[in-house]
Design a protein around this ligand. Structure first.
Ligand code: 13P
Length: 243
């Protein structure tokens, strides 16, 4: 179902005390109509689920393994993250693909497993700068989507378009590119929420949110500060006319 969602990806930042302080502040200030999801590192999930319990903020993990249990040293299963209060899980983030070598086929297994375990996958897709320069951006994104989602029940799926070249740079993709890529993805996935990710800040959230097929954001560094994150949600709602 198409709906507005703003998710925070905290990546590998914070100690438990820092994470709890930011979560407490978010619990205090976030009171929006838009669905808000926070995805902290695994080791903070249990503690933060208690912080968010009486709020509308939902909890997500940043990754998972597709097996339910077994001899997989260092891995975390869907059952584990579900048991500490996660409703969502980010799958196939570009940092997983490029630093840790996750392939489309691995990502599909994770998406399927997440859904089997009643978790809602936030599937990340996006091309590198080289792929874009070679004119392959749409082919890459289409392949990532089709491999991960073909035959999958799309009801609980969220997609995040995160062009690799815009992540962590401070400069998001230009509005025409975001518009073009989101419309393209909408052609493949009519009813799925499509989030934009890559240098979303409080200063650019309004103009990005004015794009019709942008249903929300996946925010990295600007989500590490609760008040900045809150501003992003407010700017998004102002652009979408939510009040
Ligand atoms: P930044 O917002 O820091 O560019 O990160 C985006 C991202 O990778 C979110 O998943």
């Amino acid at each position: 179902m198409r709906r507005n969602i703003i998710a925070a990806n905290w990546k590998m930042y914070f100690t438990i005390n820092e994470a709890e302080a930011v979560a407490n502040r978010m619990a205090e200030v976030v009171n929006n109509k838009t669905k808000v999801i926070v995805c902290p590192p695994f080791v903070f999930l249990d503690r933060l689920s208690k912080v968010f319990l009486k709020t509308s903020i939902k909890l997500g993990a940043q990754n998972m393994y597709f097996e339910e249990k077994g001899a997989f040293t260092g891995e975390i299963s869907p059952t584990m993250i579900e048991s500490v209060g996660c409703e969502y899980v980010i799958i196939g983030h570009s940092e997983r693909r490029h630093i840790f070598g996750e392939r489309d086929i691995d990502i599909r297994k994770k998406v399927v497993s997440a859904i089997e375990h009643n978790l809602k996958p936030i599937l990340c897709v996006g091309e590198t700068l080289t792929q874009r320069k070679d004119g392959k951006a749409k082919d890459v994104v289409e392949r990532q989507i089709i491999t991960a989602l073909d035959g999958v029940d799309l009801n609980s799926v969220v997609v995040a378009y995160e062009p690799v070249w815009a992540i962590g740079t401070g400069v998001p993709a230009d509005l025409d590119t975001v518009n073009e890529m989101h419309s393209f993805i909408r052609g493949l996935l009519e009813d799925v929420p499509i989030l934009y990710g890559g240098s979303v800040k409080d200063k650019n959230a309004y103009e990005l949110a004015q794009i019709n097929d942008v249903d929300g954001f996946l925010v990295g560094s600007a989500s590490l500060d609760a008040d900045t994150f809150k501003k992003i949600i407010d700017e998004f709602e102002r652009a979408k006319g939510v009040n």
